[in-house]
Design a protein. Structure first.
Length: 260
């Protein structure tokens, strides 16, 4: 394990975005949208030991996250997990025989959302990109900027926006670690937000959450995976401003903005 950590710490740059570790394969890392390889081969024991560190020696305690294929580590670091899934009631229950980790490191890029001026802070805004397009970084900066003008509550289901309080969300109130669909109603009733921020909309529960928040008169600022503003689900018609990001020429590049 020490050899792997020494290899990573001595070779990986501070501008690192991602590290990919696969048993019996070399270490792969990303800076912006470019991939690089280190010759160090990852062993099964090294991967298992690293996973113990990432879960504070309590793998069973993060079962709900494991069933989604990832865990969230300190500071908003997201760790995707590859292995064999077990299924219960037609849904993933857990992962065993883990053979790979993808460690994604959050970044703060001040004013990366400046293409959206405060003129549009009274609108619902949707940030769109393919995976690894910079959505969360853009959304974090936008939420912080809006919170200078309005009452903003962030439903940080995966703890990636706030990084357990280590990433700057300005004046936003943050509720983390719970599904959006379970929180929004009590948030509207008890915290009286003008804006609710949601990361990575996915599936009917999230779409219904957006509809319910919008019907209550509260603005929604959110992100979703897609490579086009023309292929979004119907719920996205509720957003008056849509921003499409790309990883090229660099992560977070704005390629399209539409105002409805």
């Amino acid at each position: 394990m020490q050899s792997l950590f020494q290899c990573i710490s001595s070779n990986l740059p501070a501008s690192l975005n991602e590290v990919r570790l696969t048993i019996n394969k070399p270490v792969v890392y990303k800076v912006d949208n470019k991939s690089f390889t280190i010759s160090e081969i990852v062993s099964e024991r090294q991967l298992r030991d690293l996973l113990r560190i990432l879960t504070d020696n309590s793998l069973y305690a993060v079962g709900d996250y494991l069933s989604s294929g990832f865990i969230t580590y300190k500071g908003g670091i997201r760790v995707g997990i590859a292995g064999d899934y077990t299924i219960e009631n037609s849904k993933p229950k857990a992962i065993k025989n883990i053979n790979g980790l993808v460690i994604r490191i959050p970044k703060e890029v001040v004013n990366c959302s400046k293409c959206i001026t405060d003129k549009y802070f009274d609108k619902s805004i949707l940030i769109v990109s393919k995976p690894y397009g910079g959505k969360t970084t853009f959304l974090r900066d936008l939420a912080k900027r809006i919170s200078e003008h309005k009452q903003v509550v962030v439903l940080d289901e995966r703890k990636e926006l706030s990084g357990d309080g280590k990433l700057n969300l300005g004046n936003c109130m943050v509720l983390s670690g719970v599904q959006k669909s379970l929180l929004y109603d009590s948030v509207i009733r008890s915290l009286a937000p003008e804006v609710i921020v949601l990361d990575e909309l996915s599936g009917e529960k999230d779409f219904q959450t957006v509809k319910s928040i919008s019907n209550s008169g509260v603005q929604v600022v959110a992100s979703i995976h897609s490579d086009s503003l023309d292929k979004l689900p119907d719920v996205c018609k509720l957003f008056q401003v849509k921003v499409l990001l790309s990883a090229f020429p660099r992560v977070g590049s704005v390629v399209d903005i539409r105002y409805d």
